[in-house]
Design a binder for this molecule. Sequence first.
Ligand code: GDG
Length: 465
Amino acid sequence: MAQPRLIVVSNRIPTGEAPSGGLVVAVHDALKACGGIWIGSSGKPVDTPDPGLRTISSAPYRRLAFDLSHDEYEGCYLGYSNAVLWPLFHHRADLISVDPDHARTYREVNDRVAGLIASVAEPDDLIWIHDYHFLPLAAALRKRGLSNRIAFFLHIPFPTASDMPALPEQGLMSGWLAAYNLVGLQTNRDVSNCQDFLRGSGKVKPLAGGVMQYKDRHFVLRSFPIGIDVDSLATAAADADTAALRLGEGERLILGVDRLDYSKGLPNRFEAFGTYLSRRAPDDPRATLLEIAPPSRQDVEAYKDIRQELETMAGSVNGEHAELDWTPIRYIRRNMDRSLLAGLYRRAEVMLVTPLADGMNLVAKEFVAAQDGADPGVLILSHFAGAAEQLDAALMVNPYDLIDVAKAIDKALKMPLHERHARYLSLIATIREFDIKWWTDTFLAALQDLAPMPAQDSAAYEQLA
Ligand code: GDG
């Protein structure tokens, strides 16, 4: 069967010549194979936005960007996407900042972007929309009469049915999702949360095999855990030069790598490491926690406090436990070169991945891919990372329980080679089987299997989009 053309929509598109990073490369490969178009925002807001799509490149597929005005960026991106949906979907309804103007701008931007997509889409194109910035996009496309096969993939967790009432627009959510042919989530836990919500909305009836009935039409809800490009990470890790990182004689390396985000549980991690240091036996070797946490979304209010909190916490742990020749926490608040990062994964004996909520967490998978199979390090993983559903051979922890994490650090540092090896073999087999190619292939095959959605009365979509 001929491959239909693919249109991918994501918040950002890579602007450079050579795309890097797992998802970007995977989408790039899929677009190269099917031919098609990648549409995304140009990033920062501009004073006089171009009303149309701007071509960034045309080969081997087209990359088209749309501009956001300052009001659109503030209301849609900072306001609704990152100060309402992101906290709510990460179970932090206490951090949401509700503003009806932001919700309206979010819907208006989605409607405008739908118009831009409709101007380039052809009837047989597969349309693949990424993430929470674009929940109403399919409804806005259907409103314009598009019957294409349209899929949505949510990279972050789906909220629980008890979190959802904090969203003033929750009444629209089932209609937004039902306008897609396929809704992909990271984990089975997300699918079950989404099903609970849809059932509770009274508008959607789950049928067998992930099929959902909404009014007189159907859509499919399934999990597709995202993976990584194992070989490229492993090669980068083996080739990297990390000599600049100097540790004392016998000093052990524990690593953390996260965007600076409250969902990643960084203060808990620093505190748990402090607890480990307090409980450590005097003759245990020294362990240093190297935390790399590049800042993100600094324009959103809730992100301002976390940096302050973390720096205070690092100072307090170091003040209590440092020696003249040892600083237990080294904290780098900067973006690190990808190959150096891969080398650090390989050098670390323990990796701490302790989010309070996370769609998947690619860092956990990258760490395993970077290991030397003959002498692998140990992954400590939060139950609340999506990756926990697949990577149960890691040392699983409750990030809220400081003593649990402290004990896991101690166990990881003392783990004999045969146990490290057995755990590594189980982890790497899963990561290899469900890699990034598996993810794009499986997702697109599932979408291609579905029938286009018959054009409906566009008035039904007017209230949603
Ligand atoms: C969202 C979901 C889901 C980090 N620091 C540096 C750096 N990184 C790279 C890592 C990794 C990526 O950024 C982070 O990915 P995560 O999956 O850990 O987290 P989010 O950014 O929150 O991503 C998440 C993901 O989407 C995919 O679906 O797993 O749950 O929240 O690749 O290596 N890269 C470089 N320098 C750094 O300092 N070069």
